[in-house]
Design a protein around this ligand. Structure first.
Ligand code: MG
Length: 383
C-alpha cells in the first residue's frame, strides 16, 4: 500500500490521479490533499478518500471550512506554506505535485529534501530551477518521476538503458489548435479558440501553452534536467495524432517509442506504480484500425515561444526562470483578455532581452529573476 500526497488535487491532473487511486483501493491510500482555492471539491474529495490533512492555498473567505473538516476528523491548513509542509510529511511514499506554475517549486524541494519520491506534473519546477532541484534529489536520495506524457514516454523507453547511450530525445507535439493557421491571423485568435485543444483535455494555463507551443518549449527544458541530455540532442517533432508520446534514439541508431491513446491517467498511473505496472480499464490502441501517424518539423518562426525556450535553455542561468515567469503573466493576461495571443511571445521575448542573467544562480537568484520578470510583464500590460 502506497500512501500519497496530492498537491493540486482539484485540477485536471489531481482529479485524474484520484480516479487512478479509486480504481486500485488495495494499492494506494490518500494521506494528504491540497487545492489552490476549490475548497468545495476538496471537501467532497476528503469525504470520499479520508486523508489525514487537507490544505487550501487561497480559500474563499466567505465560508468557514474548519468546522466541516474537523467533523470529518481531518486537519485543515491554509496558506501557501501549507503545500511545502504537507509535501514534507514523513509518513508518505509518493508526493504528486500537480500545482500550476512556479508556485509548485517549494513543495518539490521540500519533498526531495525529505528523500521522497515526487511524481511531477509541475514542469515549471524543473524549468525554473532544474539544476538546483536535480542536485537536491541526488543529495537526499529523492526521486523525480515525470507525469508529463512525453517525459513518461521517455522514462519508459529508458528503463534498462544507460543514459550515456542516448543519441537524441525526440519529444512529440500535437502542434495544438493553430498548427495550420497562418501566422498573420494569430493576432485575431480568441481565448475560446486557444482553449480548444484537439487531443488533450487539460487545465487552462497548460492549454494556452499548448496553443503557443510554449508548453513544448518548457518540456524541452524539463527533459534536459530530467534526463541530463544536452540541448542540441533534444528534438521536437510535430505529430498531430498524439499516439506516439515521445521517442528515444540511441547511439546505435535504434529508436524506442511509447504509444497509447492520449489519456493522462496512463502516465499518472505509471508514475504511481513505477517500476511496476497495473492493469486498468483505460481505452486501448487498436492498430487494426490503421491509424495514420504523421510527422512534421515544428515552425520556429510561427511558434516563437518554442524558439525562445530553446534560447533560454542555451543561455542557462536565470533565463529559463524569466522565460517561465514572463509566460505565466502573459498567459494570465491573455486569459482575461488584457492582451492579444500574438503578444504572449512578444512579452516573453522582451523580458528575456532586458533581463540581467545570473549564471551561477542559487534559489534566491532564481526567485528574484521570477519576481523581476513578473513585474516587467505586468508593467508593460498596464501601460
Ligand atoms: Mg506534455
Amino acid at each position: 500500500m502506497k500512501r500519497l500526497v496530492i498537491l493540486g488535487s482539484t485540477g485536471s491532473i489531481g482529479t485524474n490521479c484520484l480516479n487512478v487511486v479509486e480504481a486500485h483501493p488495495d494499492e494506494f491510500e490518500i494521506g494528504y490533499l491540497a487545492t489552490h482555492s476549490n475548497v468545495d471539491l476538496l471537501y467532497q474529495q476528503a469525504q470520499r478518500f479520508r486523508p489525514r490533512v487537507v490544505a487550501a492555498v487561497q480559500p474563499p473567505q466567505e465560508r468557514d471550512w474548519v468546522t466541516p473538516f474537523t467533523k470529518l476528523g481531518i486537519e485543515y491548513l491554509t496558506g501557501a506554506a501549507a503545500l511545502a509542509e504537507i509535501a514534507a510529511a514523513p509518513d508518505v511514499d509518493v508526493v504528486v505535485n500537480a500545482v500550476v506554475g512556479a508556485a509548485g517549486l517549494p513543495a518539490t524541494l521540500r519533498a526531495l529534501r525529505q528523500g521522497h519520491t515526487v511524481a511531477l506534473a509541475n514542469k515549471e519546477t524543473l524549468v525554473v530551477a532544474g539544476e538546483l532541484v536535480t542536485a537536491e534529489a541526488v543529495k537526499n536520495d529523492g526521486l523525480l518521476i515525470p507525469i508529463d506524457s512525453e517525459h513518461s514516454a521517455l522514462w519508459q523507453c529508458l528503463v534498462g538503458e544507460a543514459r550515456h547511450r542516448i543519441e537524441t530525445l525526440i519529444l512529440t507535439a500535437s502542434g495544438g489548435p493553430f498548427r495550420q493557421r497562418p501566422k498573420e491571423e494569430f493576432a485575431k485568435i480568441t481565448v475560446a479558440e486557444a482553449l480548444n485543444h484537439p487531443n488533450w483535455t487539460m487545465g487552462r494555463k497548460i492549454t494556452i501553452d499548448s496553443a503557443t507551443l510554449m508548453n513544448k518549449g518548457l518540456e524541452v527544458i524539463e527533459a534536459h534536467w530530467l534526463f541530463a541530455v544536452p540541448v542540441d540532442r533534444l528534438r521536437v517533432l510535430i505529430h498531430p495524432q498524439s499516439i506516439i508520446h515521445s521517442m528515444v534514439e540511441f547511439v546505435d541508431g535504434s529508436i524506442k517509442a511509447q504509444l497509447g491513446v492520449p489519456d493522462m491517467r496512463l502516465p499518472i498511473q505509471y508514475a504511481l506504480t513505477y517500476p511496476d505496472r497495473l492493469p486498468n480499464q483505460f481505452p486501448r490502441m487498436d492498430f487494426a484500425f490503421s491509424r495514420r501517424l504523421d510527422f512534421y518539423e515544428p515552425d520556429f518562426e510561427k511558434f516563437v515561444c518554442l524558439r525562445l525556450a530553446y534560447e533560454a535553455l542555451r543561455e542557462g542561468g536565470t533565463a529559463p526562470a524569466v522565460l517561465n515567469a514572463a509566460n505565466e503573466e502573459a498567459v494570465q493576461a491573455f486569459l482575461r483578455e488584457a492582451i492579444r495571443f500574438d503578444q504572449i511571445p512578444h512579452l516573453v521575448d522582451r523580458a528575456l532581452q532586458q533581463h540581467q542573467n545570473h549564471r551561477q544562480a542559487d534559489f534566491d537568484d532564481v526567485l528574484a529573476a521570477d519576481r523581476w520578470a513578473r513585474g516587467f510583464v505586468r508593467q508593460r500590460i498596464t501601460n
